[in-house]
Design a protein around this ligand. Structure first.
Ligand code: PMP
Length: 303
């Protein structure tokens, strides 16, 4: 597929209460969100017209805004409706959905009290695979990078707020410079945290381990995979701190995320050494169970 720039496409975007043509969804250069990362977002996926865990994503968007003191102009129902309208207007069934909120240009500077929060939803179909399909097929290569996840006192690490992604973007560049496809980010104490945009799991002697999510985003896919694995009879330990030296002794490693889905890791570069991992069978089993789940009936609409 040829690459289309994201700001120059046919289609429709929801912005502040209405569906408008894609190219008209513009904002001013003096938008607060552009200067101070005063922006929160969600990454969601529709499968066969249904957004998997749609209400959980909407609730997380509201929570993320709350955590960074951005008053949300819409409630959960309005977010749900906007997402549905965007999928319908564009005629999308299988799509990546981006619901987001940002502060406008009413005020510049650190004081945000006069800023208005804008709410928008866009969707696109060209992220059927978030990672390059060829890289994903052979298994991803990750590298431990210098950029760390900070302590929760310094950053709202549990919010999906733009500020957290500056670290992710730098980390990904650092990983590329080390010859890897993506970053393995450690926390400020040197324990394994996550990749630039997905959670990480390891399998060792049939047991599944994933680091305690008290220092980074506790992904909805992470939570779903823990449940699927337990239902399939696996022991899952999601409460430990894991050192990179333990991770590299794993039998299998995989990433989880709404965009990444379940992506298997075949190599980790750590301190200049390369460590290889099998791509499956546990990761493949869980990936297939995840595919079945996301393509099954939609979650019941809560009353
Ligand atoms: N960590 C980061 C930094 C992410 O950007 C994402 C993707 N939202 C995740 C983890 C996984 O979260 P989820 O499974 O809810 O998509």
């Amino acid at each position: 597929m040829t690459h289309l720039p994201f700001d120059d496409r046919d289609g429709f975007i929801y912005l502040d209460g209405k569906i408008i043509p894609w190219r008209e969804a513009q904002t001013h250069v003096l938008t607060h969100g552009l200067h101070y990362s005063s922006s929160v977002f969600e990454g969601e996926r529709a499968y066969g017209g249904n957004i998997f865990l749609s209400e959980k994503h909407s609730a997380r968007l509201i929570k993320s805004a709350e955590m960074v003191h951005m008053p949300m102009p819409v409630d959960l129902d309005a977010i749900e409706n906007a997402k549905r309208e965007v999928l319908e207007a564009n005629g999308f069934k299988d799509a990546y959905v981006r619901a987001f909120a940002y502060l406008g240009g009413e005020q510049m500077g650190i004081d945000t009290t006069k800023c208005v929060t804008h709410f928008a939803v866009a969707a696109w179909t060209d992220w059927q695979s978030y990672f390059d399909p060829a890289e994903r097929k052979k298994g991803l290569t990750l590298a431990t990078v210098p950029t760390r996840r900070p302590p929760p006192e310094c950053m709202r690490v549990h919010s999906k707020s733009a500020g957290n992604y500056q670290m992710s973007m730098i980390a990904k560049r650092e990983a590329h410079a080390l010859g890897a496809y993506d970053a393995l980010m450690l926390d400020w104490e040197g324990y394994v945290a996550e990749s630039s945009g997905a959670n990480i799991f390891m399998v060792k002697d049939g047991v599944i381990l994933t680091p305690n999510a008290d220092r980074f985003l506790n992904g909805l896919t992470r939570q779903t995979i823990i449940q699927i694995a337990r239902d399939n009879g696996y022991t899952v330990d999601d409460t430990q701190r894991i050192l990179p030296e333990e991770l590299i002794r794993a039998d299998e490693i995989f990433l989880t995320g709404t965009a990444a889905e379940i992506s298997l890791v075949s190599k980790i570069i750590h301190d200049g050494e390369e460590y290889s991992f099998g791509v499956g069978p546990v990761g493949l089993e869980l990936a297939s169970a995840y595919t079945d789940l996301v393509n099954s009936a939609p979650e019941p609409h809560s009353p």
